[in-house]
Structures are given as C-alpha cells and as structure tokens.
Write a protein that binds this ligand. Structure first.
Ligand SMILES: Cc1cc2nc3c(=O)[nH]c(=O)nc-3n(C[C@H](O)[C@H](O)[C@H](O)COP(=O)(O)OP(=O)(O)OC[C@H]3O[C@@H](n4cnc5c(N)ncnc54)[C@H](O)[C@@H]3O)c2cc1C
Length: 421
C-alpha cells in the first residue's frame, strides 16, 4: 500500500492552504484528493468580490482567491488528484478512494487533513410546509446553476433564510434581471453579515422580513406562489399576518452543515454545536494524526480565516510528523453564557504557537454594548469590549499566553451585555 507523509481530503481553500503550509515547513510527500473536476472548492462558483481583504489586502473574487493557492500548489509541484472521491477513512489512517483512472484504491497517510467543507440545509431539514413542486432549491445550487452553467432558476424569486449565500444570490439574481420579492428570516435578526445586508438588499431595495417565515409553498409541477407569515417569539405563525406572493422560484438559505460522514467513519469525536470534529490548538482531532480545518470543522463567514486556520493545521501536521506531542493534560475551552461554541476545544499550552492562545467563537444572539469575558477555572483573566455581537459574525480572540498560568482545567468565554435583541 502506498504511504504518503500527508493526505489532504478536499481541494478547497482549506485543503490547499494546509498543503502549501506543510510543503513550506519541509514535508513534500503530500497528496490532495478532490472529488470535483477542479481544485478551488466552493469558491469557484462565488464570482462576486470581497474575498482576500485579510489574506492579500486586496479585494478578489472567489475564483481569483482560489487561483492564488492553486498556482502555489502547482509551483511547489504538490501532487493532487481531481475527479477522485474519498469513500472511507479509518482510524489507522487508511484512505479508500475511487476515480475513473485508478479505480478503487486504498492508500495510507502518516497524517491526514480533513478539509471536506460543508453542505447546505435543504427543504427536508426545515420541514417546509405545502406542496413539493420544482423551483424550491438551495441558494448555493441556484448560484452553481447561474455562475457555472448559465441558467437563471427563476424570474420571480423569494428567498427563505438570510444566510450570506441567500443575500448574495438576492443581488446576483437581480443583476441578471430576476425580480427578488423579498428575503424572509424567522429570527428577529439576520443570519448574514451586515455588509451583505447593506450591499445585497438595501442597495437594491429588496425587503428583508425579519421574524417571518414561509407558511405554505403552493404549486403542483412548478412552484406558483407562497404564503408568508409573521412569527411570534416562539417562532409560531401569527394569525392574520398572511401575505401572498406569486413566485416561480424559492431559494433556501437556511444554514450550512459541516460534511463529516468521513470523520464519523474514522470514529472522530464531533462537537454537538459545531457539528465538526473536536480539535486541539494544532487542529488535531480526537484521532492522533488526523487534523481538520475550514468549513468541515466549523462554518466560517470569511475564507480568509479558513486559510489562516488551515495553515495552523498544516504546521500541526509537520510537528506531529516530527514526533512532537503535548506534555500537558490540556485546558478545555467551553462556551459560557451567550456563547454557542468555542474552537479549538482543547489547548495544550506547551504546544500553543507564538505569544497568544487564539480561539474562535459565535454568540447565541445579537448583543449590543457587550463584553466577551474570558475565565480560567472560574476567575476572569481578560475581557474584550464588543459594541456589537451577532451569531452571523464569528469572533476571534487572542489571549496573552502569560495570563494562562496553568496546564489544566477550563477556559470559558461568556457574554455580558446591556442589551440583548
Ligand atoms: C454555496 C456556498 C457559497 C458560499 N459563498 C461564500 C462567499 O460568498 N464568501 C465566503 O467567504 N464564503 C462563502 N462560502 C463559505 C465557503 O465555503 C468558505 O469560505 C470556504 O470555501 C471554505 O473552504 P473549505 O475548503 O473548508 O470548503 P470548500 O470550499 O467547500 O471545499 C471543500 C472541498 O472538499 C471536496 N470534498 C468534499 N468531500 C470530499 C470527498 N469525500 N472526497 C474528495 N473531495 C471531497 C469538495 O468537493 C470541495 O472542493 C460559501 C459556502 C457555500 C456552501
């Protein structure tokens, strides 16, 4: 069985950045496996700009951003196989893959990086009421049809869910001549970035219906209309608030789920809030030598943060291959009040790089005039002032390592706020 130093599953921005970093750190026997016809991941269909402001201090489109990393992979002569589906991985780090050239093969990695990205929630996962006509599709699928295949999926469109992909598609469909009648969000606040609300809805006079949901989908062969209703605090439709819309497409932007079927097969521990693997400071999962980064780990808003996290995973792989192991028990990171999750979930302080321990988190609600308070074994060690916190915007905290003067216990992050929406 052919054994590689490192096998990367997924050739999106996470897999590419991890591969380049592993190579830059001196390990060159790497193989990237990608099921699509090309490298670049989901960014290949994101033709709008706004990518790369942190990473390159430039505003790039998705394909341009991806190409920077693909060029690097080619320049470094890192091996990759496209059109190659990984079907299974084991705890022993065997990778089962299939493609039309090599057929079914089993290869082994001394280390593995999981970088399979995420997928969209569908109508089935939100139990959409009404009939099941054609024309009800996820916003990402509509984006794929429009940007990759040149099909406009509808001319009178409504969008359910205010996630970023839905907001971006509201603008994109408008620019292509469709009429976008509105975006409905069941929560009292948007699920997307503020910049996307402004640039994709407000600039095009597209109404955003907060605390509203689609109460009925109508149509037999093709969707013909829908009923929109306002919801109460318990997200139940309020009688007397019905509004009818004639539409020929309903796009769903109701959340993303990390793609972790392979992780489960390898018996990797998953986190119940992120739906991704539980990882330590090096992005190493509960199975030694298997690392995870990007949207398979937790859903990111900005690809720039995916690249930075994946480089950390890449350095973790090289340190693992060089035999570096944690000598301390480790500190569990936990979500306190108002925080839905913290990544990484474990910090071995002897392994944390640089001057700061870095954690990423999301809040459970919208808070104004708030503080994020970091506690070590119950004692406050640091707090960060945050005028505005929202679940749609991932927070990144850098905590000076000198403040964490223990090797075990619990580091929690919680919100204290004057106002909660
Ligand atoms: C529809 C959609 C639109 C998005 N739009 C934006 C946006 O506008 N701006 C933004 O910043 N972020 C956007 N995102 C988030 C975006 O996914 C991340 O910013 C970034 O692309 C994540 O990188 P990744 O490498 O983790 O995942 P991906 O880019 O999804 O890459 C994962 C790769 O793994 C491959 N793969 C998965 N399973 C297997 C397998 N079993 N075998 C082989 N290969 C496999 C996939 O084919 C894919 O190429 C969007 C996400 C989605 C789903």
């Amino acid at each position: 069985m052919r054994e590689y130093e490192a096998i990367i599953i997924g050739g999106g921005p996470a897999g590419l950045a991890a591969a380049v970093e592993i190579h830059n750190e001196g390990v060159t026997d790497i193989l990237i496996l990608e099921r699509d016809i090309q490298l670049g991941g989901i960014l290949q269909q994101c033709i709008h700009n706004g990518f790369g402001l942190h990473e390159f201090k430039e505003e790039l489109t998705g394909p341009e951003y991806a190409q920077r990393f693909i060029d690097k992979v080619n320049e470094l002569k890192i091996s990759y196989k496209v059109n190659t589906m990984v079907l299974d991985i084991t705890k022993e780090k065997e990778v089962h893959m299939i493609n039309s050239e090599d057929g079914y093969q089993v290869i082994k990695g001394k280390a593995i990086v999981l970088a399979m990205g995420c997928r969209e929630r569908t109508s089935g996962s939100i139990s959409l009421p009404g009939t099941r006509p054609a024309g009800v599709i996820t916003a990402g699928t509509a984006q794929y049809y429009l940007n990759m295949k040149g099909y406009l999926v509808g001319k009178k469109v409504f969008i359910l869910g205010s996630g970023d992909i839905g907001l971006i598609m509201a603008r994109r469909m408008t620019l292509e001549g469709a009429e976008v009648l509105g975006v409905a969000e069941i929560l009292p606040y948007s699920g997307g970035l503020t910049r996307n609300i402004v640039q994709c809805l407000q600039d095009f006079d597209i109404p955003l219906y907060l605390s509203h949901t689609v109460a009925e989908v109508k149509g037999r062969g093709r969707i013909e209309g829908l009923t929109l209703m306002e919801v109460d605090e318990d997200r139940r439709p309020i009688l007397g608030t019905k509004q009818e819309f004639e539409v020929d497409a309903l796009l769903l932007s109701v959340g993303l789920i990390p793609d972790n079927e392979l992780s489960e097969k390898a018996d990797i521990e998953l986190h119940r809030r992120t739906n991704g693997p539980v990882v330590n400071e090096k992005m190493e999962t509960s199975v030694e030598g298997i690392f995870a980064c990007g949207n398979v780990l937790h859903v990111h808003d900005l690809v720039d943060f995916v690249s930075a996290e994946s480089r950390r995973a890449g350095r973790g792989v090289v340190r693992y291959l060089h035999g570096e192991r944690a000598k301390t028990e480790g500190i569990n990171t936990v979500n306190g009040q108002g925080v839905s999750y913290v990544v990484p979930q474990m910090l071995h302080m002897d392994q944390v790089e640089g001057k700061f321990a870095e954690v990423f988190l999301r809040t459970t609600s919208v808070f104004r005039d708030a503080r994020l308070v970091v506690k070590l074994n119950g004692q406050e060690i640091k707090s960060f002032r945050k005028p505005h916190l929202a679940p749609a915007e991932m927070e990144h905290l850098k905590i000076d390592k000198s403040l964490i003067d223990t090797q075990k216990g619990e580091l929690s992050v919680e919100v204290t706020a004057k106002e909660v929406q």
